[in-house]
Write a protein that binds this ligand. Structure first.
Ligand code: HEC
Length: 147
């Protein structure tokens, strides 16, 4: 118990829910900033319409995966915001990928501020509009709280 408490405080306890207020898709100014960041930093790989690269589930000749969609057809919405933030900031490294995992997803730490990363996530989330995704995110929040 003590060990867990120390670990959590060392890493910064993640927010209890799927949705972090810093990535609010209802905040128009934030979404506008995020759209700009997305066009400059993400679109080349993840697509202008967030559609991802063709055949994104099949490995490239390099053995790496193509860029997945960030719209509702992809997998991004299956992750809580704090995981998306960590992946965007640090790339696909532990704890969200195995050690030495090889990926074409860059780490944006040093290139984007935390504020810009939250904004780009707000922009991405503004494309998630279906009732199914909303219900899944509510369920995710519930299971994170019950941990
Ligand atoms: C050079 C190409 C490239 C750029 C630029 C890029 N990505 Fe990626 N991204 C990828 C690839 C490839 C993957 C899948 C990697 C894997 O699974 O090995 C990925 C995966 C991700 C994931 C994980 C999705 C999931 O469902 O697990 C997130 C989140 C993400 N990218 C966000 C971003 C954001 C936000 C930007 C812009 C700030 C961005 N990416 C820019 C190539 C890119």
């Amino acid at each position: 118990m003590l060990a867990t408490a120390i670990l959590l405080s060392a890493c910064g306890e993640p927010p209890a829910g799927a949705d972090d207020p810093r990535a609010d898709p209802g905040d128009a100014a934030k979404v506008a900033l995020g759209a700009k960041v997305y066009a400059q930093q993400c679109e080349a790989c993840h697509g202008a319409r967030l559609e991802g690269q063709p055949n994104w589930r099949s490995r490239l000749p390099s053995g790496r995966l193509p860029a997945p969609p960030h719209d509702e057809s992809g997998h991004t919405w299956h992750h809580p915001d704090y995981v998306l933030f960590a992946i965007t900031k640090n790339g696909l490294v532990p704890p969200y990928a195995p050690k030495d995992y090889e990926s074409d997803m860059p780490a944006f730490a040093g290139k984007l501020s935390d504020e810009e990363i939250w904004a780009v996530l707000a922009y991405i989330k503004s494309h998630w509009r279906s009732a199914d995704v909303a219900a899944a995110r509510v369920e995710m929040t519930r299971s994170l709280r019950d941990r």
